[in-house]
Design a protein. Structure first.
Lengths: 128, 128
DNA sequence: ATTTATACTTACCCAAAAGAGAGCGTAAGG
DNA sequence: CCTTACGCTCTCTTTTGGGTAAGTATAAAT
């Protein structure tokens, strides 16, 4: 290879860690997780149905499932008020906030480059 | 709501843009795309089978499919050398590199917080 | 003449993910 | 007494993701 002059040293990454990181990203980069993360970041504490209304398009099943997963991963705190009808509040944990900050780069990339992507697609489709 | 004192102003985001951004993230946050992005970022230009060997676990079908998608989105440049047997090289475009930088935050978050996530899971599973 | 290598495409199939929709328990409000 | 609200759970069906295996074209190597 003549080019690629600045090949940075690759510190030998622990492959087990790498697999875990991939799993994590796969889990966390899920569509609904991202949406809920964003909404809780913007709105603070919300109830089940409030989140459901804000996410728009999500089924109750996926809402429950995703929130459970996020709770298990330590991203959200779930607070049950033992009243009737039930009242359950969700809010981001510190970890949840930190993840939402980490995703800022991707969000801003997407916002900034959506035009380029669409242009690339149009060009590609025109060629084909 | 008594808390949530620092509610930042939400500039009314164009909902169409928001949907597009979500689509983009959904597309781009795909497992194979992320892996290929990483490998091309680390290795520069690679051939089809070289990528296949490095990704490990990917089938030809998904490799082709993901590379096509990435090409269409303008993330990779595909160069065909008209020789026999065929020789096709893939490399990241500027856009591809910028996306991989954007994901750095998430990568480092995952690496840094994998312990916390696993601890949260263990605690959650113990309670249940 | 047969094999090998490359970069695919196509067809078929399976399992997992997700959507749709009904049900549940209880109590306040009409 | 019937409805509504809430936060689910359960079941059923559809959709999607992804694996396997075979086929293709061609020329160099055996």
């Amino acid at each position: 290879m003549s080019e690629n002059p600045v090949r940075q040293e690759e510190p030998p990454v622990d492959p087990a860690l790498e697999r875990l990181v991939h799993d994590m990203i796969g889990r966390v980069a899920d569509k609904w997780t991202l949406l809920i993360l964003e909404i809780l970041e913007d709105n603070g504490e919300l109830r089940f149905t409030q989140i459901g209304r804000k996410v728009e398009g999500i089924s109750q099943k996926m809402l429950t499932q995703t929130l459970r997963q996020m709770e298990r991963d330590g991203l959200v705190k779930r607070t049950v008020h033992p009243v009737i009808p039930p009242r359950v509040e969700y809010r981001l944990t510190e970890l949840g906030h930190s993840l939402s900050y980490a995703f800022c780069g991707v969000w801003t990339w997407a916002e900034a480059n959506i035009g380029k992507v669409e242009a690339a697609r149009a060009e590609f489709d025109a060629r084909a």
